[in-house]
Design a protein around this ligand. Sequence first.
Ligand SMILES: Nc1ncnc2c1ncn2[C@@H]1O[C@H](COP(=O)(O)OP(=O)(O)OP(=O)(O)O)[C@@H](O)[C@H]1O
Ligand SMILES: [Mg+2]
Length: 309
Amino acid sequence: MVVTVTLNPAIDKTIEITSFEIGELNKVENSIQDPGGKGINVSKVIESLGGKSVATGFLGGSAGQYIKSALQKLQINNDFIEIQNETRTNLKIFDRTSSDTTEINEPGPYVNALEVEALLEKVASLLSDNDILVISGSAPKSIHESIYSDLVLIGKKKGTSVFLDASGKAFESGIQAKPDYIKPNRHELELYFDHAIPDDAALVKAGKHFLDLGIPHVFVSLGKEGAFYCDKELAYRMLPLKIDAHSSVGAGDAFVGAFVYALDHGLSLDEMLRLAVATSAGAVMTVGTKPMNVEWIMNQLDRIEIVMC
Ligand SMILES: Nc1ncnc2c1ncn2[C@@H]1O[C@H](COP(=O)(O)OP(=O)(O)OP(=O)(O)O)[C@@H](O)[C@H]1O
Ligand SMILES: [Mg+2]
């Protein structure tokens, strides 16, 4: 079973505007609203591919209620800790002319120490041997970043494979507990090392740093340039699919979701990498965080080029 943790869920509201003008009156042409937050997005991708997961984390207020009922409609199992304060709403503005997306994210609600404790207990109670724990996205400001290493340790203690997808201090905290899988994007990696990662040689070197820390599987997502993977034996570059990009929001979550789905279904490394690249490209072709076209994704698998570094 896959358990996804979203510490800071959100209603993802995507509005489309013909040509977005800062400081002017902008007319909304289309508006959609989805349950979001990175772990929830991973659960949605798993569901789209025909898999199952349980989503947990913190939900509060009417936004929390909306997310819970939306997940139920999507038939995504969920078991959240109900908190006193209101879950956030994140706005994504899609400019139809430039195809740019502007994101406006709220920081998230105050979560108290008892609620944090309840979540750690919940995660431990949901997990058993051979499960996969996905810890994805940011935490509200009131939560200390050490929750990331706490969660990784809980997963490891329960004998699960732990996938961490977080940035900044959350990433730094999480990797101290040695998750099995990490997936920074290039920018997150550059922030961590405080220098540019311009080419494959730099990716291999960065990957080795994490392998030496005791993290056995390292991904780096490279946006429209594809992705990188390494473990102790090998290092691969996955070349990107050439697509008509619409919105890059959630591409990383699609990558993680597809990989985790493949891991849960016992696919080979080659199959897992192909599914992750094809699914994330599929996500880039859809508006907002809507489900992708699975038939299209499956037709791309043989077209993906994987080269050794
Ligand atoms: N323009 C694109 N063309 C083809 N594939 C893409 C494109 N953008 C992203 N992808 C695919 O999506 C994957 C993840 O993208 P990216 O590196 O942007 O993730 P991210 O920055 O973590 O995204 P997120 O906003 O979800 O956190 C890439 O590794 C690639 O496979
Ligand atoms: Mg990301």
